[in-house]
Design a binder for this molecule. Structure first.
Ligand code: ZN
Length: 202
């Protein structure tokens, strides 16, 4: 083979790299990094989304996203779009009616506004910190609910696969995605619970 005079010796390596990364025949399978554009609709209202240029990234098969969605992604390829309905039991679980407690207003910190849907953290006697929200209140008491704000809800996802690649050894060892030029990030943000706070009562 003859190369043009101005060709650089490492151009073959670059070609190989490019071809491998443009492999569009990959389908979603375990240990692949999936880039997902999505909207999440609950009770007819969009409560969360990720755009094409800033997709949600996760390693398929690690349980990083809710199981009812993850299981529906297998076999999809880049560009594929799908609507996925996930029942509460495969998302944030059914509502546990026992997971609430009524406390006297006198025990409630004065700086926290008392409104339905306000989210707070509560420390129990063992020092364990739990997320809760104000479910209801009377003039003497406040009822705190420890269910996830999306418990009991079925979720409707509209998803598009915008990227697929093999996870690196390091990513597999850590169990999470390392961005192209991002710093090491642990404790990845999932759906922010702030996105799901109830409308405040007037
Ligand atoms: Zn890591």
């Amino acid at each position: 083979m003859r190369f043009p005079q101005n060709d650089r010796p490492f151009s073959c390596l670059l070609m190989e790299y490019t071809l491998e990364n443009q492999n569009n025949t990959q389908i979603v399978a375990d240990d692949l990094v999936v880039s997902l554009q999505y909207t999440l609709t609950v009770d007819g209202k969009v409560v969360d989304s990720a755009e094409k240029d800033d997709p949600l990234q996760f390693i398929q098969g690690t349980g990083d996203i809710i199981p009812g969605l993850e299981s529906q992604l297998y076999g999809m390829s880049t560009g594929d779009n799908k609507k996925v309905s996930v029942a509460a039991k495969d998302a944030y679980g059914e509502i546990d009616p026992e997971a609430s407690v009524e406390i006297p207003r006198s025990q409630f910190p004065a700086e926290i506004p008392i409104k339905k849907g306000i989210q707070l953290q509560v420390q129990n006697n063992d020092g364990e910190v739990m997320d809760a929200f104000i479910d209801s209140y009377t003039k003497d008491t406040i009822r705190l609910d420890f269910n996830h704000p999306l418990a009991g809800k079925s979720l409707l996802f509209d998803v598009t696969i915008v990227g697929l690649r093999s996870a690196t050894e390091e990513e597999l060892a850590h169990g999470h995605v390392h961005g192209e030029d991002m710093e090491e990030e642990d404790g990845d943000e999932e759906f922010s619970e702030d996105d799901f706070s109830e409308e405040e009562d007037a």
